[in-house]
Design a protein around this ligand. Structure first.
Ligand SMILES: Nc1ncnc2c1ncn2[C@@H]1O[C@H](COP(=O)(O)OP(=O)(O)O)[C@@H](O)[C@H]1O
Ligand SMILES: [Mg+2]
Length: 209
């Protein structure tokens, strides 16, 4: 069984760059630490030695990479993160919050880059040994909102530099995935604290904390 020895809780934030994933994950970190729960926040791609090297390659605007190369490097980083970090933490009973998970590959490389979504899914399910989150929160924003928030802070990375049509397909992909996987979709333009409150309400209502 994929989750037979897992006691912890696995929470994922998904959505476009700039939608507020890291902001919400950090607020949850404070929330859990106030309650004495063991909490781990990881982000994708990265979080392991190999993953951080792959992240540099993947996000460097000078990297030239085929589409399937991109799918496979992301899956490699994810496989390492799950094996070395996420799964051991869940087995110990920790709350693990992940900024992006395999749904990002389905939305960006599958729908956005128009690669075979089923194949992207199979590769990634294999890479993570079938481990799926307990909750996935999708922070929904239009591409221009996310790009404006990101551009204010730093330059755009290789994937963020793609055209508007790409991001529109990613948004539509996320909407399909939300139905398929039962994501909890939140309005990413709502005030930060309001979104946090809603996330906490949902987690508390399901009696996890
Ligand atoms: N709900 C929100 N409303 C307005 N600004 C936000 C909101 N959530 C996040 N931000 C801001 O947008 C920027 C990107 O947020 P971040 O959490 O880093 O996004 P992500 O991790 O999804 O790329 C940050 O400057 C953050 O303060
Ligand atoms: Mg982030």
């Amino acid at each position: 069984m994929v989750r037979s020895n897992i006691k912890g809780r696995f929470i994922v934030f998904e959505g476009l760059d700039g939608c507020g994933k890291t902001t919400q994950a950090q607020l949850l970190a404070d929330y859990f630490s106030c309650r004495g729960a063991e909490y781990l926040h990881v982000r994708e791609p990265g979080g392991t030695d190999v993953g951080d090297k792959l992240r540099q390659i993947l996000l460097d605007p000078d990297t030239v990479l085929t589409r399937w190369g991109e799918v496979l490097l992301l899956a490699a980083a994810r496989a390492q993160l799950v094996q070395d970090v996420i799964r051991p933490a869940l087995v110990r009973g920790m709350v693990v919050v992940c900024d992006r998970y395999l749904f990002s590959s389905l939305a960006y490389q599958g729908y956005g880059l128009r690669q075979d979504v089923e194949l992207v899914r199979q590769i990634n399910l294999e890479a993570v040994g079938g481990l799926m989150p307990d909750w996935t929160f999708l922070l929904d924003i239009e591409p221009d909102v996310g790009l404006a928030r990101q551009a204010n802070r730093r330059g755009l990375d290789r994937i963020e530099q793609r055209d508007e049509g790409f991001f529109q397909r990613v948004v539509e992909g996320y909407q399909l995935l939300a139905k398929e996987y039962g994501f909890i979709t939140m309005d990413g333009t709502a005030p930060i604290q309001e979104i946090h409150r809603q996330v906490v309400d949902i987690l508390e209502s399901e009696n996890t904390l």
